[in-house]
Design a protein around this ligand. Sequence first.
Ligand SMILES: [Zn+2]
Length: 288
Amino acid sequence: VLLDARPDPQLLAPLVEFVERHPRLAVLTGAGCSTASGLPGYRDEQGAWKTQPPVRFAEFVASPHARRRYWSRSLLGWPRVAQAQPNAAHRALAALEGAGRIGRLITQNVDGLHQKAGSRRVLDLHGRLDTVECLGCTQTLSREDMQGLLAAWNPDLASIPEQGPTRPDGDAPVERDVACFRVPDCPACGGILKPAVVFFGENVPRGRVDAALRAIDESGALLVVGSSLMVFSGYRFCLAARERGRPVTALNLGRTRADDLFTLKVEADCGDALADLSRQLGLRARPA
Ligand SMILES: [Zn+2]
């Protein structure tokens, strides 16, 4: 027996109608968009942490142990993030953009998969994991170069295989004492190196928030894809859209923090649903 995994057309009809009614959308995407690319989300369908919460910014800055722990796990988890490929959700959103239907795609994801799929109007709200920045000076380096440093400074650990699922920030479980792990410091000033992503407990830079609010101002509606909106940095854009009289629709499996704000909520796999939507709108995939 073959099961038809495609979403019920009746379930999708209101979503298709929503997209047709609002020719210029702002889109907000979250971890659910990348799970089919092998990057599991942090939270379950009830919006609760699946595992231990990620390291907070203040702890990362204050504690050498926290940095050893972060980078030792990231050393093992990064290859999976670097090799991840866009899935049907990313491709359909790129096709929607190619058809001129998306004014701005605001993403909470740090994996760069929207860009890999060919989206160009992307606002990386929480930064990008493929870049590392120094907290002491303006130096940045690529995460690939950082990987080379991490491996060179810790040759024992570099050859250990992954011991469990990697999280969307490239955090992989390592059952090992990290006391001897050596964390490279900034080649320019000796400062603390940190991935160029917004950590939990850290503020999204004001300029990015303003750019996202402008995108909502300039759009007719907001479409949320694959986000539980448990983090305020995403939730506030749903509030802002409602304050501006913009309808908000969500495509997400499971509960979200903004369920009472939505004009429409579709509970379906975002890859299946968006692929179907894009077929119904007659869109073609965009070359990356
Ligand atoms: Zn520096």
